[in-house]
Structures are given as structure tokens and as C-alpha cells.
Design a protein around this ligand. Structure first.
Ligand code: ARG
Length: 485
């Protein structure tokens, strides 16, 4: 035992000698004549949504109780009684048998009240703790758990994207800018662009986790405590440690209770991720149209129309695109919620929970559903190849051909522009013009010029690192498969 309260008067009082009234668990006990008006209770309760923090709240209470025993405020027996009482309650919640009471406001009061009803020592649990640092702790713990779940789901989505690419290697599609056909790429290359985006999303979440993984408990209501708490012990108990296992605790009690940066950061990372999901969803919606016809989504992952019998709609992708709106909105709500708050805790902060929960639930569901949908999607290779065989996609290759012969690129761009204009006027495809017609426009075109329109050869020419060439893309697919397992 490192530290003990200095005064001998602080010897533990047996919990069962505490008068019942003194152990009543409510924020109004003593000071108020009665309970709140019923509409006040209904307006201010948070149990209807913050019950979701119960696991984290119990984990935090157990760590706090162990620390209180360590500094001599709880006896070992009291600590054990609290731990087993909380264990019983956890089992009841897990089994769906626990009854949450709205009149007890929130998850913290519900759990402490029920514990104290069963275990007299429960009345000592809130020593040197406020719901202000308690809720700050619970939120950090909850987010930590959620990031782990979300990270695994994103990895699964990346794996689904890589898998779809692997099942259709070398299938060409047009690459677009301005949604106009630009140059040929491989379908897998297009998918891998999203794998890269989601990799950055995972990095950002890991970064957010690292910055959030700091223990606020011990900040009290706002000014810490006069009791000799061992904050570092609690931090280690709860896994708030750095790479070397050293405790990480917040360094300012006022910041500790009022900071919600970590929630904003998570919701910002999630909003950007939702934007990535939404862009992927939009590509899927386009690809599934009759006009594009690049993919076929399995029936189980589409919906029908109540009126038009022929319809098969990509609703998962559409909803993913649509749900990004609420994730972006949640971020805006949080920033607005925080911007005018004076220090330190204000009840406004209770509004952070639904935004955080909704954000986490929404991005997780979208990530999982998009992955499952991609696992049940096939690529219509002939349609893809037909679209990519548009010879206009190789106009840039014509210019590169001239550059290889020594022509300055600006001039080459102009010459090929003239070729395209001529072809359009004569209503012929670029690969249907004769060599003589090419040479009439510029003698720099050789007799081999029409060979340039071989699509597979054109893709094989694009093998710079990061380019859509077949060999390069195979390499990228292998790299990602190895990384994702
Ligand atoms: N339900 C509250 C919240 O979510 C817990 C903290 C309440 N603190 C207080 N001083 N009323 O913010």
C-alpha cells in the first residue's frame, strides 16, 4: 500500500453502521424537500440512452473501489462486497433482468442505487467521485471499445473490396473525371482506391484512440479531491497506459470533466469515413444501373418496388449514402453543443451521448452492410470491357506516342485534338481512321499507330507504382491481402 490518509480519524467506518437516510443514492438527498416534478424528471433523464454505458460504468466503479481500498477508505471486505455486488448486477443486466428506473436519472445513479440497496458498502463507492468525472470516464472507455469493433469491421470491408478485385483480375473499365470517360483503368484499381481511403480512416481512428486513452477519474466534480486518491493506480487498472505500460491521466481537473474533444474527434473521423462510404455507395449505385451495367448485386442485398415489378434497387448503397448525412450532422451538433459552454461541466454535455452512439452505430452498420453486399456482388466483365474499349480513352496514349518520337507534349496534345476533331466530323472511331488519315494530320504518326488501340497492351503500359496496370494492380492486391490476412 503506497499511500494512506494521514489522519487516524480516517479509519474505515463499517458500512452497515451508516444510517439508511445517509446512504440514499440520489443527487437531491438532504438538500431538497422532495423529488423533481414529473415533467422535469422526464425532461432531464438520460437512462433511456445512457444505459448503454453500463459495462464501462461498472468497470470504472470496480477500479475506483480497488483504489479506495488501497488508500484505506474501504476495507478489503467492503471492496470485495462491492465487486461481487456489481458482478451480480452485471449478470442481471446481461440477462435482461435488470430494471432501469427513470426516476434515478442516469446509468450512474441506477447502478449505484441498486448496489447500495444490496451492499451497504455501496454507500462509500462515490467517495471522491462525481458523475462528472464518472461520465467522462465511461465515455472514454465506451469509445475505446467501439473503436476496436469499428476497426475490425473496416478491415473486413477492405478485405471484401480486395476480394472482389481478386475475383475479377484484369477486368478493364473506363476511369472517369467529371463523370466523363477519361482513361482505361482496371476495376480492381478502382476498388483499391477505396481500400486506401479506409486505411487512412483506420489510421485516424487509431490516432484518436491514442489521444483519448487518458484517464479522467479523480477530477471529481471539477476540482479533484481532498482525499489522497491514487489516480495512477486507477489508470493502470483500466488500461489507460502508454506503450511502456505507464499510466496516462488527465493533467487538469477542470479540463478532465468538461473535455469532449475525444467525442468530437471520433465523430469527425467517423464523418469522413461516412463520406468515403457514401462515395463508394454512389459508385455502386451507378455501376448497378442499366446504363453502366458493370455489376450485379445478389437479390438478397437488393430490394424491389411495390409498384414496378421489374425493379431491383441497390438500397443498401443508397441508405449508406443517405445515412452519411446524419453522421455529418452529429459532428455539427457536437461542435455547436460545445462552442458556448463556460467551464466546466454543464448539463448540456448530456446531449453528447446520443450523437456519439448514433454515429458509432451508423458507421458500423454501413460498414458491415457494404462489406456483405460486396461479398455478394459479381462483376459483368464483358460490359466492363465493352465500355473500356471506347478508343477515345486512348487519346492520351496517342499524345504519349508522339512525345516518345520527340514532339513537345503541348504540340502533341494539339495534334491529337485535331485527330479527335477529324474523327468526330467523319463519324469514325479513332481506331477506324486509316494510317494515311493519321499521317495527313501529322507525319509524326508511324505505320504502327493503330496497334496503340490494343486495350490490354494499353493497360500493360501503365505499370508505374500506383498506376492501374494489370501487373501493378496484382502487386497491390497481393500487398493488401498480406496486410489484411
Ligand atoms: N447524465 C449526466 C450526463 O450525461 C451525467 C452527469 C451528471 N452530472 C451532473 N452534475 N448532473 O452528462
Amino acid at each position: 500500500m503506497k499511500r494512506r490518509p494521514s489522519s487516524p480519524k480516517s479509519k474505515p467506518v463499517p458500512a452497515d453502521s451508516i444510517p439508511a437516510a445517509a446512504s440514499a443514492v440520489t443527487s437531491r438527498s438532504g438538500r431538497f424537500a422532495g423529488g423533481p416534478a414529473s415533467d422535469v424528471a422526464a425532461f432531464s433523464e438520460s437512462i433511456s440512452f445512457d444505459w448503454r454505458l453500463w459495462r464501462q460504468d461498472i468497470r470504472g466503479s470496480i477500479a475506483h473501489a480497488r483504489m479506495l481500498a488501497r488508500i484505506g477508505i474501504l476495507t478489503a471486505a467492503e471492496r470485495d462486497a462491492i465487486e461481487s455486488g456489481l458482478g451480480d448486477i452485471a449478470a442481471e443486466i446481461e440477462a435482461g433482468k435488470f430494471i432501469w428506473k427513470a426516476e434515478l436519472e442516469d446509468v450512474h445513479m441506477n447502478l449505484e442505487s441498486e448496489l447500495t440497496r444490496r451492499v451497504p458498502a455501496g454507500a462509500k463507492l462515490h467517495t471522491a467521485r462525481s458523475r462528472n468525472d464518472q461520465v467522462a470516464l465511461d465515455m472514454r472507455l465506451w469509445m475505446r471499445d467501439e473503436i476496436a469493433t469499428l476497426d475490425a469491421a473496416i478491415a473486413q470491408l477492405q478485405s471484401s473490396l480486395v476480394g472482389l478485385g481478386e475475383r475479377h483480375p484484369g477486368v478493364p473499365i473506363p476511369g472517369y473525371t467529371h463523370l466523363q470517360r477519361g482513361q482505361p483503368v482496371t476495376f480492381a484499381h478502382h476498388l483499391l482506391a477505396y481500400v486506401e481511403m479506409f486505411a487512412r480512416d483506420r489510421d485516424r481512428l487509431a490516432d484518436c484512440l491514442d489521444r483519448s486513452n487518458v484517464c479522467p477519474l479523480g477530477s471529481g466534480a471539477l476540482a479533484g479531491s481532498t482525499l489522497p486518491l491514487d489516480r495512477k493506480f486507477v489508470a493502470v487498472e483500466l488500461g489507460f497506459v502508454d506503450a511502456r505500460g505507464h499510466p496516462r491521466i488527465t493533467q487538469n481537473s477542470m479540463d478532465g470533466v468538461s473535455d469532449r474533444d475525444f467525442v468530437v474527434e471520433f465523430c469527425a473521423d467517423a464523418a469522413l469515413m461516412a463520406v468515403h462510404l457514401s462515395r463508394l455507395a454512389e459508385d455502386v449505385v451507378l455501376w448497378a444501373t442499366t446504363e453502366f451495367g458493370f455489376i450485379k448485386i445478389a437479390d438478397a442485398y437488393t430490394t424491389g418496388s411495390s409498384l414496378m415489378p421489374q425493379k431491383k434497387n441497390p438500397d443498401i448503397a443508397e441508405l449508406t449514402r443517405g445515412k452519411s448525412a446524419r453522421v455529418i450532422g452529429n459532428l455539427m451538433s457536437l461542435l455547436t453543443l460545445l462552442k458556448g459552454l463556460p467551464m466546466t461541466y454543464n448539463r448540456d454535455l448530456q446531449e453528447d451521448k446520443e450523437r456519439l452512439f448514433d454515429t458509432a452505430d451508423t458507421v458500423l452498420a454501413c460498414t458491415r452492410l457494404m462489406a456483405a453486399m460486396l461479398d455478394h456482388t459479381t462483376v459483368r466483365a464483358e460490359a466492363c470491357r465493352a465500355a473500356a474499349s471506347d478508343p477515345q480513352l486512348l487519346a492520351t496514349d496517342l499524345a504519349d506516342y508522339l512525345v516518345r518520337g520527340g514532339m513537345p507534349f503541348r504540340q502533341a496534345h494539339h495534334v491529337v485534338g485535331a485527330v479527335v476533331g477529324f474523327a468526330e466530323k467523319s463519324e469514325k472511331a479513332l481506331n477506324a481512321l486509316t494510317v494515311a488519315e493519321y499521317q495527313q494530320i501529322s507525319p509524326a504518326f508511324g505505320p504502327d499507330i493503330l496497334e496503340l488501340f490494343d486495350l490490354d497492351a494499353a493497360l500493360a503500359r501503365r505499370n508505374l507504382p500506383g498506376a492501374p496496370g494489370t501487373r501493378e494492380v496484382q502487386g497491390q492486391l497481393r500487398r493488401w491481402r498480406k496486410e489484411l490476412g
